[in-house]
Design a protein around this ligand. Structure first.
Ligand SMILES: O=C(CO)COP(=O)(O)O
Length: 249
């Protein structure tokens, strides 16, 4: 049985004053059935880990370098994230694929460095609107999955997040059938690529998840949780999504 995961990606949002939102969330959900994770900007990671210590909400990074240390001004390594209190790191988010020209191979190397540092890697993939319109969605996500999964991926150290690029921050979501189609295809690929582990790797959906649509998305087979952007910034909204995940079949 895969444990469900509600992961919040704060992106480039959050100042010290916003730690109170995470604290409020943790207090409001002291014992969720699902795993709960917040990935703040790197500047807040250590303070958030301190704020949440002793509770059940975990803390993660939003990206990491492929190397553990070195002459890479401005970058943060997975070892450093772990040292600051992170247990997870997002890699290959579409905003990084687009803004920083990250390739599948780079993302696989980042995930491998996360694993080496003892972190769970949340590997993101998803099609653009043009790719969906061209009927390429399943081919695109299959290629991203094959290219971004590192050697040694297991159910314990790897999570896959399906985030259609056109659904991120737009208020638009795929239909339930479209989400089901992609998640079923990803599960099939994982089972064949990693026979021992593929069934246990969690598949998150991300892209305009809100309290209002969470329950119907979480009812889809092979949706094991969500990667939530905007709605993770407010304790009330993220809390409602956590409650919907806990109530899901
Ligand atoms: O990109 C996302 C999470 O990583 C989704 O963002 P939104 O929930 O704001 O659409």
């Amino acid at each position: 049985m895969r444990r469900k995961l509600a992961a919040g990606n704060w992106k480039m949002h959050g100042l010290a004053a916003d730690l109170a939102e995470a604290e409020a969330l943790s207090k409001a959900h002291p014992a969720p059935r699902c795993e709960v994770l917040i990935c703040p900007p790197a500047t807040l990671l250590a303070r958030l880990a301190d704020t949440l210590s002793g509770g059940t909400v975990a803390v993660g990074g939003q990206d990491c370098h492929t190397a553990a240390k070195g002459a890479h001004t401005g970058d943060v390594s997975a070892v450093m994230l772990a040292d600051a209190g992170a247990t997870h790191v997002i890699v290959g988010h579409s905003e990084r694929r687009a803004d920083h020209a990250e390739t599948d191979a780079a993302i696989a190397a980042k995930a491998a460095s996360a694993h080496a540092a003892g972190l769970t890697a949340i590997i993101c993939l998803g099609e653009t609107e043009a790719q969906r319109d061209a009927g390429e969605t399943l081919a695109v996500v299959a290629a991203q999955l094959a290219g971004s999964l590192p050697e040694g991926a297991t159910a314990a150290n790897t999570v896959i997040a399906y985030e259609p690029v056109w659904a991120i921050g737009t208020g638009r979501t795929p239909t339930i059938d479209q989400i089901a189609e992609v998640h079923t295809a990803l599960r099939t690929h994982l089972r064949s690529a990693l026979p021992a582990e593929g069934d246990g790797i969690r598949l998150l959906y991300g892209g305009s998840v809100k309290p209002a649509n969470a329950a119907e998305i979480f009812a889809v087979a092979d949706v094991d949780g969500a990667l939530v952007g905007g709605a993770s910034l407010k304790a009330a909204d993220f809390g409602a999504i956590i409650a919907a995940l806990d109530a899901a079949p």
